[in-house]
Ligand binder design. Structure first.
Ligand SMILES: *Cc1c(COP(=O)(O)O)cnc(C)c1O
Length: 409
């Protein structure tokens, strides 16, 4: 990073004044009131575990005491538990640019990746024996892809997203890509790569863990075939909240899940010996949904009411730009390197700064109320969640980072 030396109090006063002005002008500022945030903490880890929406505790307490405690088994019908996976899917759909009937919630991202990838290669049919997988991906994606192709008899081809167009061909069945890299924060070209995959006659599966709730995705508009994503990151569903699966309407009739449990049966209470797939996104369900987590997520999704995703994206870029500017001013040249692309069209909603001292630094930042995380071997990650992080937070985080860097080991 081309840092200028910290020039003391004047710099800090100017940056704080800018932060104050930007916070005052921020149209999303009131949304922060929808969250419970710890006192005096700058929470920059919403890309790992989103903050607690205020509506969740009361809703969960009522689900437990009334729906479970008082109604018991009746709640599967009377409280709408049975349809919750599809109902919550409809709340997520507009956040990822999906029309109705294509998103279902349940299981973890890892499990949904398995369903999506196997379903994609089955859609591709005979004669295509290769699956391209983003080799820079979150490890679970690679593990699951490896196990999936071992079962289906395909060959795994690890590639960087930029290499995908050059590796596509008549043998490619499916391609699994991450929208935003979990480590570097790099945003990949979903429209362009999806078009290239289709050009080759293959199917595109996208992992949206670090983009759902952080920026517009446009699944329908860009022709994505299948997609999965977490709900405990930018969607604030709580620890271990169930993931989502998108199955494009055009593929639903042929969607062949490798985990066809009774919840995806056309007539689940018919208790038939043979399997008939349900219609729509329901075909992606497996077994009994985890109702408590699912209903906590449903309550959490209320924070999106009236929120414009274009405003979220604009604020995310402004916040990350401002944080980088503050780091540039406060931190001595050469002590940090940003591995997140500077270009807006290649940036997600987190910044990754590299320093050999990262492992020792992050606990010290956390002790001072600046919560980010560390990814081996040398990356400090700072997630900027526009619904509840402000510009004064960004200034303070950069200042504390500079102070701790200057303090020596
Ligand atoms: C967070 C994340 C996951 C998490 O998977 P789980 O099965 O929900 O634990 C998977 N993939 C990516 C890219 C992630 O960022």
């Amino acid at each position: 990073m081309s840092a200028r030396p910290a020039s003391g109090n004047d710099t800090a006063a100017a940056l704080r004044a800018t932060a104050h002005r930007l916070d005052a002008e921020d149209p999303l500022r009131p949304v922060r009131e929808r969250f419970t945030l710890p006192e005096d903490v700058v929470y920059l880890d919403g890309n790992s575990l989103g903050a607690l929406p205020k509506a969740v505790p009361d809703r969960l307490a009522r689900v437990v005491a009334h729906e479970w405690g008082a109604l018991g088994i009746r709640s599967w019908t009377e409280s709408g538990w049975w349809e919750a996976p599809e109902r919550v899917g409809e709340l997520i759909a507009p956040l990822v640019g999906a029309g109705p009937g294509q998103v279902v919630v349940g299981d973890s991202t890892s499990v949904n990746l398995f369903k999506a990838l196997v379903a994609a290669v089955r859609l591709a049919g005979e004669g295509r024996d290769e699956v391209l997988v983003d080799s820079s991906s979150f490890p679970t994606d690679g593990y699951i892809a490896e196990a999936a192709v071992r079962l289906t008899g395909h060959r795994l081809v690890p590639v960087l997203p930029a290499e995908v167009p050059g590796r596509l061909g008549p043998r490619t069945a499916a391609v699994l890509l991450n929208h935003v890299d979990y480590r570097t924060g790099r945003l990949h070209d979903l429209p362009g790569l999806t078009a290239a995959v289709h050009e080759a006659g293959a199917y595109a599966v996208w992992d949206l863990c670090h983009s759902a709730g952080a920026l517009p995705v446009g699944l329908d508009a860009h022709g994505v075939d299948l997609a999965v994503g977490c709900t405990y990151k930018y969607l604030n569903g709580g620890p271990g909240s169930p993931a989502f699966l998108y199955v494009r309407a055009a593929h639903q009739a042929a969607f062949d899940s490798p985990l066809p449990g009774w919840n995806s049966h056309a007539e689940p209470f018919g208790m038939r010996p043979s399997y008939t797939r349900a219609e729509g996104a329901t075909a992606g369900r497996v077994g009994t949904p985890d109702i408590l987590s699912l209903l906590a997520l449903e309550a959490a999704l209320g924070v999106w009411e009236g929120v414009d995703l274009a405003a979220v994206r604009a604020k995310s870029l402004a916040l990350t730009d401002f944080f980088l500017e503050c780091v540039d001013r406060y931190v001595p040249a050469g002590s940090l390197e940003s591995v997140t692309p500077a270009a807006h069209e290649e940036r997600g909603s987190q910044l990754a700064l590299r320093t050999p001292r990262a492992a020792a630094l992050m606990p010290r930042l956390i002790a001072r109320g600046v919560v980010g995380d560390f990814r081996p071997p040398d990356i400090l990650r700072f997630g900027f969640t526009p619904l509840y992080v402000g510009f004064a937070d960004a200034e303070r985080a950069a200042r504390v980072l500079a102070e701790e860097l200057g303090a020596g080991d």
